[in-house]
Design a protein around this ligand. Structure first.
Ligand SMILES: [Zn+2]
Length: 438
């Protein structure tokens, strides 16, 4: 296998504290050299990618996405979803089990793994259900799912329905050392709501979802994590109050990790103005104050990681009255561009942003899939190369994802993924990048 020399890039690898201009050499699909100057001793055979002016970092890892296969292939497939992820700079993605059938047993997990191996362009790791059929009645075979290779458990789309089941699940998580990833929503409180509850929902005449619908379940889950000493992971944290609850829990030593999406960091409920169905998401977009609290949470490591919650829908499904439209944003291909606005405005450092997309999610996944989220010598060569300040306009017709549902359609972003390398092989490359033979 021919090697690849990524030359002259700004290498940022938070896992090793590296922030310098230099070269990265990949041989046999692994990182073999990192540093300045001539490759010495000369490697047998390699191509050269000129990364002058570009950031070179570990491949991004997404702990939360929806690939819709099996069952909803009209919305997305493992093939199209993984291509979209590669365009977004992701080399490892974890897919949620709310498919049809749901991923609650060995056979369905094996199915996803075999399609991912045959048709996926990057690493796809499945998440298993917490309860059988996601019905919230009895636990799935959690240890069997672990042996099938799941990275965690979730009934995402719905919360784990009762405190009793959540307690049992967290007890298993302690023994299995895998997280229970909860979608925190008190559905008795949110029912019928379609956006954040506040002045704008009142103005638009839409039923709102109060922040308490999330925070009540976050508080419940944290209390149960304290009781059981299990591992709780909070999906798509969206409110200032949730950040504060997680902050207090971490201070008490409760084992909790948490994620936030690019859209909850950068967009507000104002996107819904004009009844924009592509801004309808669950949990709903909140306020500027919530954005700021979530950013602060990231800085303090109260929020551990950024995850996209990529949720593609067909245009026909989204094209209906706001209150009836399904929730979700197609997020892979705009994630970096929108997140870099936080770096450009000075709210996050580039190193923190990259850590939240690489070594931090790798820490949650653990070492069973190899050394992820690092450019350490000997690690599998998953590398993302991006331009830190290049303007581009979001044209959803160019998305690899089948889901064109994004409130960012037509807007200008100021950072762009230029190449994604998975296991040493380029799986996505911007038209402006050429790979030359030495
Ligand atoms: Zn969810």
């Amino acid at each position: 296998m021919k090697g690849l020399l990524i030359q002259g890039g700004h290498i940022i690898d938070p896992s090793q504290g590296i922030d310098e201009t230099g070269d990265l050499l990949i041989t046999e699909g692994k990182i073999s050299r990192l540093g300045k100057g001539e490759v010495n001793p000369p490697q047998p055979d390699y191509d050269v990618l000129n990364a002058d002016g570009l950031i070179v970092c570990p491949g991004f890892i997404d702990l939360h996405c929806h690939l819709r296969q099996p069952g909803f292939e009209e919305k997305e497939t493992i093939a199209t979803g993984s291509q979209a992820a590669a365009r977004g700079g992701f080399t490892t993605i974890c897919c949620m089990p709310n498919t049809n059938p749901p991923l609650d047993n060995l056979a369905t997990i094996d199915y996803v793994k075999s399609i991912a191996a045959a048709e996926g362009v990057i690493r796809v790791l499945p998440i298993g259900c917490v309860t059988k059929g996601r019905k919230g009645e009895e636990l799935a075979e959690l240890s069997e799912l672990k042996s099938a290779g799941v990275v965690g458990y979730s009934d995402d789309g719905s919360p784990v329905s009762t405190s009793r089941l959540m307690r049992q699940a967290l007890e298993y998580s302690l023994a299995l050392d895998l997280p229970i990833i909860d979608h925190c929503e008190d559905t008795s409180l949110s029912r019928g709501g379609s956006m954040n509850e506040g002045v704008i929902s009142a103005k638009l005449g839409l039923k709102g979802i109060p922040v308490q619908a999330e925070e009540i379940i976050v508080a419940r889950d944290l209390a149960l994590a304290q009781l059981t000493r299990g591992w709780l992971h909070i999906a798509h944290t969206s409110t200032e109050g949730s950040v504060e609850l997680i902050r207090q829990a971490k201070a008490k030593g409760i084992r909790v990790t948490a994620e936030v999406t690019p859209h909850h960091l950068t967009l507000t409920e104002e996107e819904v103005t004009g009844y924009n169905v592509n801004a309808k998401v669950n949990p709903p977009l909140r306020t500027r104050q919530d954005n700021e609290a979530l950013i602060q949470g990231l800085k303090e490591d109260v929020i551990d990681i950024i995850a996209t919650d990529h949720a593609p829908w067909t245009e026909d499904e989204k094209n209906c009255e706001f209150a009836l439209a399904p929730c979700g944003i197609s997020g892979f291909e705009t994630a970096l561009g929108s997140l870099m606005s936080l770096v450009h405005s000075g709210q996050l450092t580039l190193t923190t942003l990259i850590a939240k997309l690489t070594c931090e999610p790798a820490r949650i996944i653990g070492s069973k899939y190899g050394q992820l989220g690092t450019l350490a010598i000997g690690a599998q060569a998953d590398v993302t190369i991006f331009h830190p300040d290049m303007e581009w306009v979001v044209a959803t017709k160019n998305f690899a994802s089948k889901g064109k549902n994004t409130p960012l359609a037509g807007s200008t972003l100021n950072s762009k993924v230029m190449a994604t390398i998975f296991n040493g092989k380029p799986v996505y490359k911007d038209d402006s990048i050429t790979i030359k033979e030495r």
